[in-house]
Design a binder for this molecule. Structure first.
Ligand code: FE2
Ligand code: FE2
Length: 309
C-alpha cells in the first residue's frame, strides 16, 4: 500500500482539487475521496473511436522508428484487434486531448507504450484476457503528468532537484486520478501508474519498492524503450535502436528490470524473430548514446558553483 507524502497538489483537468500538497497519501484518504464521488457516472467511449486516436496510432506506427518493428500488416491487425477492446471514460480520454494539445511527446509516448506493451504482452502473457487487461493500462500510465507544469515536462536544460521531484509526482498523481476515475484504487491501471518507475533493485520511485509484478514490468520496459528511441526535450537526439537495446540490456544486467521482457523486446528487433526464450544476447556494446543528454542530471550538479557543495 502506498504511504507517501504528496509534495504537490493533485487536481483533475477540470480543476477539482483531490489532494492539497503535503498530504499523507493513505488508502483510507484515497477511499474517502473516491467515496465522495461514488455517485458520479462517466460516459465511456472506445479509445480508437475517440478524436483522432485511431489515425494517430496508425500514423505513428507507420513512421520510423516504429515502422521497422510494426511493419508487418498481420502484426498491426493483431494489435488493432486488441486496441479495439479498450474503452475509457471521458475524463481519461480528455487527458489524451490535453497531451495532444500541449505536450506532443507525451501524447505519442503513451500511445506507443500502448503498442509496445501490447506486442510484448502477446508473447509473455499466455492468458488473452490478462493481455487485454494490461493493454488498457498503457495509454493511462503517465496520466499523472497532467499535474506537472508544462514548463517542467518540456524543459530542455537539466531539471533542478525541485523540478525533478515535481516530475516524479506524476506516478502518485496517476494512481490517485485513476483510482478516482475507476472508483477503485486496486484497478490494474492504478498499480501501473504508481509503480512503472520502480525497479527490481529498489532504485526507482516513488517509493523505492521492489518491481515484482510482471504486468507492471512490461509497461516499465516499454516505457524505457520508447523514451530512448524517441526524441526528447532534454537531449539532442534519440538513441539509435541498437544503443537503446544495449542500454536496456545493461539495466537487466544490473537487475533493474527482468530478462524475459528485455529478451521479448530484443527478439522483436531481430529479423529472424526467434522465440524470446531462445534468444542469445551478444555481450558486446557497440552503440553510442546521443550527445548532450541531460536526463537524470540535475541543474545543481551541472552548475559549477554547486559542484563542490
Ligand atoms: Fe512515467
Ligand atoms: Fe511513460
Amino acid at each position: 500500500m502506498p504511504s507517501l507524502t504528496l509534495r504537490h497538489p493533485i487536481r483533475t483537468l477540470d480543476n477539482q482539487l483531490l489532494f492539497p500538497p503535503e498530504t499523507l497519501l493513505t488508502e483510507e484518504a484515497l477511499d474517502a475521496v473516491i467515496d465522495s464521488r461514488k455517485a458520479d457516472s462517466y460516459e465511456t467511449c472506445p479509445l480508437l473511436s475517440y478524436g483522432s486516436v485511431r489515425e494517430d496510432c496508425l500514423n505513428f506506427l507507420s513512421l520510423p522508428p516504429y515502422a521497422t518493428i510494426f511493419g508487418d500488416k498481420k502484426e498491426i491487425d493483431d494489435l488493432l484487434n486488441i486496441f479495439e477492446t479498450v474503452h475509457f471514460s471521458i475524463p481519461i480520454l480528455q487527458s489524451l486531448d490535453y497531451f495532444k494539445q500541449h505536450d506532443l511527446y507525451t501524447y505519442t509516448h503513451v500511445l506507443m507504450v500502448f503498442a509496445w506493451s501490447t506486442l510484448l504482452a502477446k508473447d509473455l502473457i499466455p492468458d488473452y484476457e490478462e493481455c487485454i487487461r494490461l493493454a488498457a493500462t498503457g495509454p493511462t500510465h503517465d496520466i499523472g503528468k497532467i499535474c506537472v507544469p508544462l514548463h517542467i515536462l518540456k524543459k530542455t536544460t537539466p531539471l533542478t532537484k525541485m523540478e525533478r521531484g515535481f516530475l516524479q509526482h506524476h506516478a502518485a498523481a496517476g494512481y490517485v486520478l485513476l483510482g478516482y476515475y475507476y472508483k477503485n484504487r486496486r484497478h490494474l491501471a492504478c498499480t501501473v501508474a504508481l509503480d512503472h518507475h520502480e525497479r527490481r533493485d529498489r532504485s526507482g520511485y516513488p517509493r523505492g519498492n521492489l518491481l515484482k509484478d510482471p504486468l507492471v514490468e512490461i509497461i516499465a520496459v516499454s516505457d524505457i524503450y520508447d523514451a530512448l528511441i524517441m526524441p526528447r526535450p532534454y537531449r539532442s537526439g534519440a538513441y539509435d535502436n541498437r544503443t537503446a537495446l544495449e542500454e536496456i540490456t545493461e539495466m537487466a544486467k544490473q537487475n533493474k528490470i527482468g530478462w524475459d521482457v528485455v529478451k521479448a523486446l530484443i527478439a522483436h528487433n531481430r529479423v529472424s524473430h526467434p522465440h524470446y526464450r531462445e534468444l542469445i544476447i551478444s555481450p558486446e556494446r557497440r552503440g553510442t548514446p546521443p550527445p548532450n543528454n541531460v536526463y537524470g542530471v540535475t541543474a545543481e550538479e551541472t552548475d559549477p558553483k554547486n559542484r563542490f557543495r
